[in-house]
Design a protein around this ligand. Structure first.
Ligand SMILES: [Fe+2]
Length: 264
C-alpha cells in the first residue's frame, strides 16, 4: 500500500494536539504533573518512532504516518485522567479505545486518506493490548509494532527516572496504586521464565510491575529498539530497584540473554 501523508497535515495535527491538551489544566500540582507527564511522554514517543523508523528505512510519508500515530497513541489518557483521576485501565476503561472515540467524535483525522485513517486507528487500538491479533493487515500490524516499540522505550525512560529519582516523592499514578509489599507473584515469575509477557491481572505489588516492565523485552520487534534498550541500560536500572533474590536473578538472566540474542 502506498502511503501519502503530507508534511502540512502533520503540522496541523500537532497544533490540534497542543490545543486539545491545553484544555486540561489543574490547580492541584499532582494532577497537573500527571497531565504534563503524558504530554511530554507523547512528545518523546514521536521522537522515538521517527528514530526507529529512519533506522529501518521508512520514507518521508511513512515517517509522517508513524509520527501521527505516536502523537495520538495516548490521546485518551487526558480524558481518562479527568474522568477517573487515574491511569489504571483495569479500573476504568481502555485508554486506547477511549482515544479512538475522541479522534472520531472530533473528526480530527478527516483530512487524511481513508486508508491512512484506518491505519492510525488500528495502530492506536493495538498499541497497549497484551498481544497483536493475527487477522489484521500486514501494514496495520507493522505500524502497531512500531508504536509498541517506541512507546515502551519511553515508558522505560519514565519509570527508570522515577525509580531512581532523588527526591523520594511517591507518585501513586505511576505506581498504578499498587502496594509496596515484599516478594513477587508466582504467575509473574512463571511467565517471564517462559519468555512471556506478564498479564496485568497477575500483578499484585510494585515488584511485580517492575518485572512486568522488564519483561517487555519479549515484546520488542525491531533491532534498533534493542540497541536503545542496551545503550540506555534500562534493564539494569530496573534490576537495581528490585530486592536481592535468586528468582529475580534467574529472570534477569533470561531477559538479558534475549536482548543479546536479538542484537546478533
Ligand atoms: Fe498508551
Amino acid at each position: 500500500m502506498k502511503i501519502i501523508v503530507d508534511n502540512n497535515i502533520v503540522t496541523d495535527l500537532k497544533s490540534w494536539f497542543t490545543g486539545y491538551v491545553n484544555n486540561f489544566k489543574y490547580g492541584d500540582p499532582d494532577s497537573q504533573r500527571n497531565i504534563d507527564i503524558k504530554r511530554e511522554h507523547t512528545e518523546r514517543v514521536t521522537g522515538e518512532i521517527i528514530n526507529i523508523g529512519k533506522q529501518i528505512g521508512l520514507n518521508g510519508n511513512e515517517l509522517n504516518l508513524a509520527e501521527i500515530i505516536a502523537l495520538f497513541h495516548d490521546i485518551g489518557r487526558f480524558e481518562q485522567y479527568m474522568l477517573y483521576n487515574t491511569f489504571s485501565d483495569q479500573r476504568t476503561e481502555d485508554h486506547a479505545d477511549l482515544g479512538i472515540k475522541i479522534l472520531q467524535k472530533q473528526n480530527v483525522l478527516d483530512n487524511l486518506d481513508i486508508e491512512v485513517q484506518k491505519l492510525i486507528l488500528c495502530s492506536i487500538k493495538y498499541h497497549n493490548k497484551p498481544s497483536l491479533p493475527r487477522e489484521e493487515t500486514r501494514t496495520c500490524l507493522f505500524y502497531s509494532r512500531l508504536i509498541r516499540d517506541a512507546d515502551k522505550l519511553d515508558i522505560w525512560r519514565v519509570v527508570t527516572d522515577y525509580y531512581h529519582r532523588k527526591n523520594g516523592e511517591r507518585n501513586v499514578a505511576l505506581e498504578l496504586e499498587l502496594p509496596d509489599t515484599p516478594g513477587i507473584s508466582k504467575e509473574v515469575y512463571n511467565a517471564l521464565m517462559n519468555k512471556q509477557i506478564v498479564d496485568m491481572k497477575n500483578v499484585r505489588n510494585i515488584n511485580d510491575i517492575k518485572l512486568l516492565q522488564a519483561g517487555w523485552v519479549f515484546d520488542i520487534n525491531f533491532k534498533p529498539t534493542f540497541e536503545c534498550i542496551k545503550n540506555r541500560r534500562y534493564i539494569e536500572m530496573i534490576r537495581d530497584v528490585l530486592p536481592v533474590s535468586e528468582k529475580i536473578d534467574y529472570i534477569f538472566n533470561i531477559i538479558n540473554c534475549h536482548i543479546n540474542q536479538s542484537l546478533i
